[in-house]
Design a protein around this ligand. Structure first.
Ligand code: NAD
Length: 292
């Protein structure tokens, strides 16, 4: 079994980006600049945004964090998005999701200029992804592709089963794995909460990508020998064995399933760190105006 080390790979990518930024700036170019909008003070969102800002600083990007109280009006939030769209110094914009219930997330996403949509969530960019045109790929699926590529995992002709059909992970992942690309060219089965006989399907997977958010859901009886496992899930559970009193679990029962797998991502340290690295990569692409 080979562990897909997302932490190390993400650090490699960040170092590569830092070198590119240094040479961009040395050549008289501008520093990439990422803006993030955070609404409210949800603990997880706060942690994610802070990690993104910290990562920007590490690779030499400029970053701007715009905060709003949870009761901000949709109108005010949309006005800020438009202001950033028109700010030529800012290359990439992300709005941390989820947003409070009174704000229409899709409306906010659609207001972001696709040229600055480094999360890759705008319908225009999702459409470009589906058509295999150059675009910003959503960061988590892009991180998974990067791991498959860097670990030289053969995907062509393989059966890839994806569990979960969210807009940010499962759905785009199923499209990407089916595209005529490397990684890609898989025969893909996208499964979800209404899927029947899930175990019969997962047992035929050469590559199993799991993103449903239920701790240790995939057990050894659900996979075949030699499977490649990508575990996207992150669930915080109480633990009396850690100082903090909690630990993170993936959607896969790692200890048992890893024994049957050829490759597997750990949680933490697998897909998670790759997500931020790919956001930085998208921002660099935005700065260099490589897409539009
Ligand atoms: P979500 O909660 O939006 O959707 C879950 C999906 O799982 C749904 O499509 C649902 O149909 C499916 N599902 C639920 N129960 C199922 C069942 N019994 N059988 C089959 N399918 C079932 O999911 P999400 O936002 O994609 O997040 C999934 C997990 O991935 C969460 O733990 C989340 O924290 C984690 N996540 C991690 C990263 C990262 O960077 N590592 C990024 C995004 C999400």
């Amino acid at each position: 079994m080979i562990l897909l080390d997302g932490k190390k790979t993400a650090n490699d990518i960040k170092n590569e980006i830092a070198i590119k930024v240094a040479s961009l700036v040395a050549g008289g170019g501008k520093k990439p600049h990422l803006a993030a909008i955070l609404v409210g003070s949800d603990g997880a969102s706060e942690t994610y945004v802070n990690a993104k800002v910290k990562a920007c600083n590490k690779v030499g990007f400029d970053s701007t964090l715009v905060r709003f109280n949870a009761d901000v009006s949709e109108e005010e939030l949309l006005a800020e998005v438009k202001k950033i769209n028109n700010n030529s110094d800012i290359d990439g914009l992300i709005v941390q999701l989820p947003l409070p219930a009174h704000i229409d997330e899709m409306k906010v996403t659609e207001t972001i200029n696709p040229i600055k949509d480094v999360d890759g969530f705008h319908p225009a960019n999702i459409g470009r992804m589906a058509l295999n045109l150059p675009t910003y790929l959503p960061a988590t699926p892009a991180g998974i592709l990067e791991l498959l590529e860097r670990y030289k995992i053969e995907t062509s002709g393989k059966h890839c089963v994806v569990i979960g059909r969210s807009h940010i992970v499962g759905s785009p992942m199923s499209i990407l794995m089916a595209r005529n690309n490397n990684p890609g060219n898989c025969t893909v089965t996208l499964t979800h909460s209404r899927t029947q006989n899930l175990k019969e399907i997962t047992k035929t997977a050469d590559i199993l990508i799991v993103a449903l958010g239920k701790a240790e859901f995939v057990t050894t009886d659900m996979v075949k020998d030699g499977v490649c496992i990508i575990d996207v899930g992150i669930t915080r559970v109480k633990s009396d064995k850690t100082k903090s009193g909690w630990k993170l679990l993936g959607d896969v029962a790692f200890d048992e399933v890893s024994k049957k797998s050829s490759f597997i991502t750990p949680v933490p340290g697998g897909v998670g760190p790759m997500t931020i690295a790919m956001l930085l990569k998208n921002t660099l692409v935005a700065t260099a105006k490589l897409l539009y």
